[in-house]
Design a protein around this ligand. Structure first.
Ligand code: ADE
Ligand code: ZN
Length: 331
């Protein structure tokens, strides 16, 4: 019997605010005196029947209004990291959305300091590594993204990189060329969501204009054979999130997911949870779902885990150690 939890892996696509479980939403609302537009945990869970990305984002931003203090962000990160550890995650690169907090009067340093405390706690208590990727909200003007970046430029050493998320259609990567150029100047890694709901053209833009090192989602790349060739040639990793894709209607059912085609095409695919508190599972639940519903083999699961390490921003030596543990996994 395969034990996916024992397969060492990296998580490269987790929005830390998307790990905010309904019970924690209510606990923090009570502690911080925040009024919520829903009365009970069950009512909130009932709202998790999403029709598309935007229907999810509306609830995601509403729930994160309970996050106010450094302790809140530290507790959120700790809770996620311990859960992820139990599912075999040895390294986690956490996305966070500072503009969704600064717009509510929460200082960006409160957010970063809290998340860093969570990462430090996990490093000390579990031996787990990780880092932070600051994401720009693409539905807001690029000038605001640039101002956010400049507000943390003096502490860029506390970040692994930058990303681009939120509503995709109508907000192409080309809007953010200057912001990503500045991020590279600061020595930050660059990634971007593209080809989740948006067209293959957005993946091309992320590669050619933003010069990203990984594409988040990228599942629509399969619609463009030339793009598949490019991703394959340059070994650009794709951080795919199968449970998310089903819950947001990117694919109709898990059985229709094209993960197998992506692997067969020679793409560097990784599996991730995206927003696990909203999509019905954490990272190992994603591995299990593709094994059960798509017939992904034990060897392919091992390959997906190995890809997650080679696609990570971990130093080479630490990557090598974890790759040897993956090779030794019994399946
Ligand atoms: N923010 C949180 N989850 C997201 C997703 N799946 N796509 C775009 N932005 C997001
Ligand atoms: Zn995402």
């Amino acid at each position: 019997m395969t034990n996916i939890n024992l397969l060492p892996k990296a998580e490269l696509h987790i929005h830390i605010e998307g790990s905010l479980e309904p019970e924690m939403v209510f606990a923090l609302a009570a502690k911080n005196g925040v009024e919520l537009p829903f009365a009970t945990v069950d009512e909130l869970k009932g709202l998790q029947a999403f029709t598309d990305l935007q229907s999810f984002l509306d609830l995601y931003y509403a729930c994160m209004s309970v996050l106010l203090t450094e302790d809140d962000f530290a507790d959120l990160a700790s809770a996620y990291l311990h859960r992820a550890w139990a599912q075999g995650v040895r390294h986690a690169e956490l996305f966070f959305d500072p503009q969704a907090h600064t717009s509510r009067g929460v200082d960006v340093d409160t957010v970063i300091n809290g998340l860093q405390r969570g990462l430090t706690e996990a490093r000390e208590s579990l031996g787990m590594s990780g880092g932070l990727i600051l994401c720009f909200l693409r539905h807001l003007p690029a000038e605001e993204a640039m101002a956010t970046l400049e507000s943390v430029a003096h502490r860029s050493g506390d970040l692994l990189g930058v990303g681009l998320d939120s509503s995709e259609n109508g907000f192409p990567p080309s809007l953010f060329v200057d912001v990503f150029e500045r991020a590279r100047e600061l020595g930050l890694h660059c990634v971007a969501h593209a080809g989740e709901e948006g067209p293959p053209a957005y993946v091309w833009e992320a590669l050619d204009l933003l010069k990203v090192e990984r594409i988040d989602h990228g599942v629509r790349s399969l619609e463009d054979p030339e793009l598949v060739e490019r991703l394959k040639r340059d070994r650009v990793p794709l951080t795919v999130c199968p449970l998310s894709n089903v819950r947001l209607g990117v694919v109709g059912t898990m059985a229709e997911h094209r993960l197998r085609d992506m692997l067969d095409a020679g793409l560097v695919v990784t599996l991730n949870s995206d927003d696990p508190a909203y999509f019905g599972g954490y990272i190992a639940d994603n591995y299990t779902a593709v094994s059960t519903d798509l017939g992904i083999s034990t060897e392919q699961l091992r390959q997906l885990a190995a890809n997650s390490l080679t696609a990570s921003f971990l130093p080479e030596e630490a990557t090598r150690v974890l790759l040897s543990e993956i090779a030794a996994w019994q399946g």
